[in-house]
Design a protein around this ligand. Structure first.
Ligand SMILES: Cc1cc2nc3c(=O)[nH]c(=O)nc-3n(C[C@H](O)[C@H](O)[C@H](O)COP(=O)(O)OP(=O)(O)OC[C@H]3O[C@@H](n4cnc5c(N)ncnc54)[C@H](O)[C@@H]3O)c2cc1C
Ligand code: FES
Length: 289
């Protein structure tokens, strides 16, 4: 059996959950690591994060935010019983497992899926973990799972307003995240802040955390292609040194990340990605709009 899709469901708006047969990944994966999935013969390779796994039964689960061509094709075209072409991994470094104390672990929109295995493991390791999910309300996911896994789970949700595009959604995301994080930092003591999400949102939250001088780690999401340090596409600058997020990360000390460079590089292929999505939508709609 290849990388068979054992189960698939829509968790929330644009959030799709897959259970995949991938014994070699399930056997070794640690919280913080990721896989690179190739779903279609002529398709691109995309990094995704195992959220849960069963080492004995040999499966992992993945959650995708349907945001561009590949994640949309996966949502539209794949069904239980189908096979992914390849699931490479586990890749990257596991998150550091130690006693930090009181941790605030933040996920912006689908970044929350990557927070899950790490926050759960930190709590099991003896830390006191609060998780914060900042997201549009229709995209709240894994709420009950977090409530079982950590000391406290907070959802900072907001309604989508008619006429909003990606820009307004992102602006509200940042506004909510920054306000809520400031409130939590002001009222409680924290030993570590951790964040996963779009780079612009991570940077905005980091700027608040820096005011309080609290140690902060961030999982970075530059474009990744091979995931093995060969192609250079995931290059980031950390502490003035060139690093490759796939082999040196994905977790880094937020104080050392060159956030502006990361934000610039993540936006590098936006036009091509939009074109690929438009062409795919045109093809599935039979050439019309
Ligand atoms: C270590 C890591 C773990 C990730 N885990 C998850 C996850 O569990 N669930 C999830 O939904 N997303 C995850 N992502 C982001 C995910 O890879 C992108 O959402 C996906 O590649 C989008 O592909 P697309 O063709 O649908 O969209 P596209 O139109 O190709 O891209 C939309 C946006 O996604 C990002 N992106 C696109 N291609 C890549 C790529 N090859 N590498 C990194 N980012 C890319 C860019 O920001 C881009 O602007 C992760 C990224 C990294 C680096
Ligand atoms: S993805 Fe190619 S070097 Fe990291």
């Amino acid at each position: 059996m290849g990388y068979r899709i054992l189960d698939k469901k829509e968790l929330a708006m644009n959030e799709v959950w897959y259970k995949i047969h991938a014994p070699h990944v399930a056997k070794k994966v640690q919280p913080g690591q990721f896989v690179i999935v190739r779903a279609f013969p002529n398709g691109e390779r995309i990094p995704l994060t195992p959220v849960t796994w069963d080492r004995e039964e040999g499966w992992i689960t993945l959650v995708t935010f349907v945001r561009g061509k590949t994640t949309l094709r996966m949502a539209n075209e794949l069904k239980p019983g189908d096979e992914l072409l390849n699931v490479a991994g586990p890749l990257g470094n596991p998150a550091p497992m130690k006693k930090f104390g009181k941790i605030l672990a933040i996920g912006l929109i689908t970044g929350m899926v990557e927070v899950f295995p790490i926050a759960k493991a930190w709590q099991e390791f003896g830390n006191d973990v609060t998780t914060l999910h900042v997201t549009p309300n229709p995209m709240v996911i894994l709420k009950e799972d977090f409530e079982k896994a950590v000391s406290r789970h907070i959802v900072e949700g907001y309604d989508l307003q008619p006429g909003w595009g990606m820009q307004e959604i992102a602006q509200e995301l940042v506004r909510r995240a920054v306000t809520k994080v400031r409130e939590l930092l002001e009222s409680e003591h924290w030993d570590l802040v951790f964040i996963v999400g779009p780079a612009g949102g991570q940077k905005a939250v980091f700027e608040v955390v820096r005011e309080y001088g609290i140690p902060m780690e961030a999982d970075l999401h530059p474009i990744m292609v091979d995931g093995t340090g060969m192609c250079g596409s995931c290059r980031v600058t950390v502490g003035g040194e060139v690093k490759f997020a796939c082999i040196d990360g994905p977790g880094f000390n937020a104080y050392k990340v060159d956030w502006d460079e990361l934000i610039h590089r993540v936006g590098f292929y936006t036009d091509l990605e939009r074109k690929a999505l438009e062409e795919y939508l045109k093809a599935i709609r039979g050439g019309g709009q």
